[in-house]
Design a binder for this molecule. Structure first.
Ligand SMILES: *Cc1c(COP(=O)(O)O)cnc(C)c1O
Length: 380
């Protein structure tokens, strides 16, 4: 009788469900024979690579024989200069997902509890599950983090708290004053990972500077990425900033060559490209306004978002005609037929919602036209 390898896997791994990524364009092309597909499913930058990054990558393309710099010297230097931190506070990762997992692997065992919010970025749950630790999921407040309830959930077993600000997939955002007050109350031996994957999209006035808090709260780890506003999702590179002792621990646990040659260079180049970032944020602001106005015009409820995506309830306009009710998954399928890929978020417990990444003006228009068609929307 063949061996049941699942029963051999670690207890947490036995119950692990694979991460459901946004559908790749090529896959939909293959399945439906469609061309001219619009993908608004993974919060990527609709502008593509910056020109400076393209040139830098071209210059390096045939220079990949040597291992990358295991310490990422130049990128760390660039980050340290930009954010006024020391290089010793920085840990680089193969995307920030790599780093989120690293924190858990370095500090959390199956005896510990990790606190996260309902509807929080699903990668947190997967990471906790994979190491057989206990996830303590705190009910959301208006789709966002309930910091008071999260504080109340802390026990002697709590090792780590994950907070995404803004959160994905809801786009909810915590005011800096609330976050600060929260940090003053978290015991110093409980780590707080503040995941700021969408930091660059947050309006300057709302943003604050969480990095300045690290000297006051040694248990705070700030996580950011080049995958979103900087447009490097395919290259996989992100970073964490923490106190130097935590960074030292993370750097011991990580794979020495977790960041590749092209990613290190592209990140260094794009970090200096303020025009590209400004253009990205301006395009996002226009697209966000366009889509929220569109939802209002057709009485579709959406969750106000500080990110580069917006989550909308596709059933909110239905009052009497309940027979018209379509789940987010069904609407997602119908949109696929129109060549539009968005993100169903049933796994987040939001089965009436879809998450739409903000695209170019043209991509947003294609999405709006398709949604009008599949939901048979009428202006109010
Ligand atoms: C997209 C995203 C990330 C970034 O993942 P990478 O591994 O850096 O591509 C991290 N956290 C949240 C909340 C995200 O939405």
């Amino acid at each position: 009788m063949p061996c049941d390898f699942l029963s051999l896997a670690n207890i947490g791994v036995q119950q692990l469900q694979p991460y459901q990524a946004g559908k790749p364009i090529e896959e939909l092309q293959r399945e439906l024979g469609l061309t001219n597909i619009v993908k608004l499913a993974s919060n990527e930058n609709p502008l593509g690579l910056s020109d400076a990054v393209k040139s830098a990558l071209q210059a390096l393309l045939f220079n990949l024989t040597r291992y990358p710099d295991a310490n990422g010297f130049y990128l760390k230097q660039a980050l340290a200069d930009k954010y006024t931190v020391s290089c010793q506070q920085i840990t680089l990762g193969n995307g920030s997902n790599d780093l989120l997992e690293l924190v858990a692997r370095a500090f959390v065992t199956s005896d510990h509890e990790v606190i996260l919010a309902q509807h929080a970025f699903i990668v947190y749950s997967l990471i906790i599950q994979a190491i057989s630790a206990k996830a303590v999921v705190v009910p959301a407040k208006e789709y966002g983090h309930d910091l008071t309830a999260m504080l109340a959930a802390i026990t002697v077993k709590t090792k780590l708290i994950f907070i995404a600000n803004p959160n994905n997939p809801t786009g909810s955002f915590l005011a800096q004053s609330d976050l600060y007050a929260f940090l003053t109350k978290v015991p110093s031996n409980v780590l707080v990972v503040l995941d700021e994957a969408y930091f660059e999209y947050v309006t300057i006035t709302a943003r604050g500077n969480s990095l300045e808090w690290i000297s006051e709260f040694a248990n705070l780890i700030v996580s950011r990425t080049f995958s979103k506003a900087y447009g490097l999702a395919g290259l996989r590179i992100g970073y964490m900033i923490s106190n130097t002792q935590i960074a030292d621990i993370l750097n011991r646990v990580r794979q020495p060559f977790n960041c590749n040659v092209l990613a290190l260079k592209a990140a260094e180049v794009v970090l200096a490209d303020e025009d590209f970032l400004n253009e990205t944020v301006a395009l996002n602001d226009r697209g966000m306004r366009d889509l929220t106005q569109f939802f209002e015009r057709y009485s579709l409820e959406y969750i106000p978002s500080m990110g580069n995506f917006i989550t909308v309830n596709v059933n909110s306009r239905i009052t009497e005609q309940l027979s018209d009710k379509k789940s987010g998954d069904e609407v997602y399928q119908l949109l696929l037929q129109e060549g539009i890929i968005v993100r169903p978020i049933t796994v987040y417990g939001l089965e009436d919602h879809l998450r739409i990444s903000i695209g170019t003006q043209l991509e947003n228009q294609r999405f709006k036209d398709a949604l009008i068609k599949v939901l048979n929307l009428k202006r109010n």
